[in-house]
Design a protein around this ligand. Sequence first.
Ligand SMILES: Cc1ncc(COP(=O)(O)O)c(C=O)c1O
Length: 448
Amino acid sequence: MGNIYEEIMDEIQSRIEDRRLQPGKKLPSVRSFAKELNCSINTIVKAYSELEKAHQIYSVPKSGYFLVGSDAPRKTQPLIIDFSSAGPDKSKMPYQDYQHCMNQAIELYKEEMFQYSEPLGLTSLRRQLSKQLQDLQVFAPPERICVVSGSQQALDLLVSLPFPNQKEEICVEQPTHFSFIDSITSRGMKAVGIEMSQNGIDLDYLEKVFKERSIKFFYTVSRFQNPTGYSYTNQEKRKIVELAQKFDVYIIEDDYMGDLDTKRKADPMFTYDPSGRVIYTKSFSKVLLPGLRLGLAVLPEALLKNFTKAKFAADVHTPVLTQGALEIYLSSGMYKAHIHKLRRQYKRKGTVLKQAYLEHLPDGTSFTGGESGFYSTIELPGRMKAMQLAEHLKKKNVLVQDATNMYLPAYRKNNRIRLSVSQVEDRKIPIGVRKIGDGIRELAQSYI
Ligand SMILES: Cc1ncc(COP(=O)(O)O)c(C=O)c1O
């Protein structure tokens, strides 16, 4: 985390950009600014002296600090706050450790790393994954674990695979992430959406859908859902599994960020499943390195054979070298140490974000997933359109994602934006959210 005086400098920078501070005009006094920003006088003095050194402000004895005029020698860099980048924080990615594991894998396994291999993944890696999954309360033998080229590959294959219940439709939370929407639409599958709000989903409605429609599986992201950031309670998860059991529906539980959960008592749905009805998927993209394209699926016996065929048809197998390196990364304890650190960092981001939402969002606006250190959404007031707000905020150097395409065409809503805080420094989160709050208020005027 940066120093507090740097936060103050960012705040001043942002006031210059939106012209709350103007060239030649006086800055707030040291004392009043310290009070306003809830920090010490020394911190403001330090921030002002840094800006003075950079010739952005100047001091007049007994009078205070002033912003330099328009002929300022140094042009201020715009402070861009990017809530639209969906990937993990690049500064927290263990590139060097993984490089070391790749080298080790070549030394240890030699040419095996460059030969054709098993469609469902290296046996030694699957054994390691089986051990690792126990930390997430997922108990599965290596034979049921399939290594895939990103968890999206498993989802995409399952979308079009026939299921033992011989049903045809897919039930899916709305909104959900782009790539799953694309799988459904590009494969021409029939789908039923179930709305996800700040309170999760309506379980009575889910029961009705399971009962009345021909649902092959319910695709659910059980924690830190993308985009809403919602995590189901254990009670909700248990109920969903019971309903699936009762109405002969499969569940695909996408636990792509389960490792980041700090609630150690939170179980995956997989734990509540007595009969192989829950297919569990996990990704290494958000917690490790997305370009590795590594994920896994835990499959029931009944689906293994068909899935293996489909996986072979798709890409024969996932690249072996990255699998070998993952095995070493897991077995050496590097993964555990890395996750331990990430969990704390993302939790802190979530806390900062929620506080900023509570402070800066105007009435009539609601948010989901404020505590997720990754994704969350803001539902806009009245008839305000997400696309318009995203454009408006772009002019203020704040980038957000319009969530309209995260809905199936038949369920589309255009009043939600997604924020991803994973790549935004903690100190910039409140500044960005305040600008979003201001942007919503400004745009609301044009709807009156
Ligand atoms: C909820 C969710 N599941 C799965 C995926 C796919 O991840 P992977 O990179 O493992 O294919 C994504 C990608 O963003 C996602 O958001």
